[in-house]
Design a protein around this ligand. Structure first.
Ligand code: C5P
Length: 317
């Protein structure tokens, strides 16, 4: 099932267009066995939180990609050139346009707030924003369903970045169905200085869980907790099958989670494949209190609420 993701963006713009995408955390990340294609079957609940990457796309004679970032973002870890997922999104759109675009020409400027290689799908957010912005800049009129399909080709988390809110992800994560969420929920976000490689964490999961079921279980209790607006119940239902593997690779992550819970958070959990840890709190004030305590020992501590919107237009000229 899909829902319109871009109806609020005009079909075609002449000047600069700014598109925003949010970070995600996984409230539930159920991981099944590795499939024949190398990916793992997932039953996950994605949740978009208020940390954002913005893309400004302007007409240009040649392809150019530039980047600025918030102080906590390690730009050295962002792939440059054609390895950047934004360049891949542009190439995919160009290929699909089959002659309707004269080369891949645009200036894309990324302003990053989402931690890099942190388990919050920052690259996926950039890819989703690029699909929407370049589709409009180049006047391609790609349908929402086709944008979602292209997003799925770019990465397992990219369709959710388009849709946002709170959604069940199945398949390898690319099949996205919105779920009712009576939030807002408040989160403290603690990124790590060094990123973790998603394939490495999945490979370690395979070593630790050789008997993983082919299909992970449906997160019934978590979805009920979201609808019940009960933070304690939601905290108890948070679950991440990759946490054991990530903490085994990076034992200090267990200490971060323990520190956040000792600081009063309802519950701490690894975000996606990590290493970012997130802490559920009962209100904005509670989150700021927990963040202040954690900031004594952790250089970067952020506060964000969710759910927030998926990829959307900020402004255009
Ligand atoms: O889809 P994406 O390119 O974001 O995935 C990055 C890597 O994460 C994959 O190459 C794979 O190693 C791992 N992955 C996985 N199963 C998934 C999603 C990702 O094994 N469902």
């Amino acid at each position: 099932m899909t829902r319109p993701v871009t109806r609020h963006v005009p079909d075609h713009v002449e000047g600069a267009i700014t598109v925003r995408s949010a970070a995600k955390i996984n409230l539930h990340l159920g991981v099944g066995a590795r499939r024949a294609d190398g990916y793992h079957a997932l039953a996950t609940v994605f949740h978009a939180v208020g940390l954002y990457d913005d893309l400004v796309v302007t007409p240009a004679e040649q392809w150019k990609l530039t980047l600025t970032a918030a102080g906590h973002v390690d730009t050295d870890q962002v792939p440059g050139g054609d390895d950047n997922i934004v360049a891949c999104a542009a190439a995919l759109l160009t290929k699909r346009a089959a002659g309707r675009v004269r080369g891949r020409s645009a200036h894309v400027h990324i302003t990053k707030e989402i931690p890099v290689a942190g388990g919050m799908a920052g690259g996926s957010a950039d890819a989703a924003a690029a699909l929407v912005a370049l589709d409009r800049l180049w006047g391609l009129h790609t349908s929402d369903d086709d944008l979602l399909a292209l997003a799925g080709e770019l990465g397992s988390d990219v369709p959710f970045a388009l849709v946002g809110g709170t959604a069940l992800g199945t398949g390898r994560g690319e099949v996205v169905d919105p779920v009712p969420d009576e939030g807002p929920w408040w989160w403290v976000v603690v990124p790590s200085e060094d990123g973790l490689s998603t394939p490495d964490v999945y490979a370690h999961f395979d070593r630790l869980r050789p008997d993983a079921a082919a299909e992970p279980a449906y997160p019934t209790e978590l979805i009920a907790a979201l609808a019940a607006r009960d933070a304690v119940r939601l905290g108890a239902a948070l679950h991440n099958d990759l946490q054991e593997a990530a903490c085994d690779l990076r034992p200090e992550l267990g200490d971060v989670i323990a520190a956040g819970e000792a600081a009063g958070a309802v519950r701490g959990i690894l975000s996606g494949s990590g290493p970012t840890c997130v802490f559920l709190c009962t209100s904005g004030d509670h989150a700021r209190d927990v963040a202040a305590t954690l900031a004594a020992d952790h250089p970067v501590v952020l506060v964000a609420n969710g759910p927030v919107a998926g990829t959307h237009l900020l402004e255009y000229a």
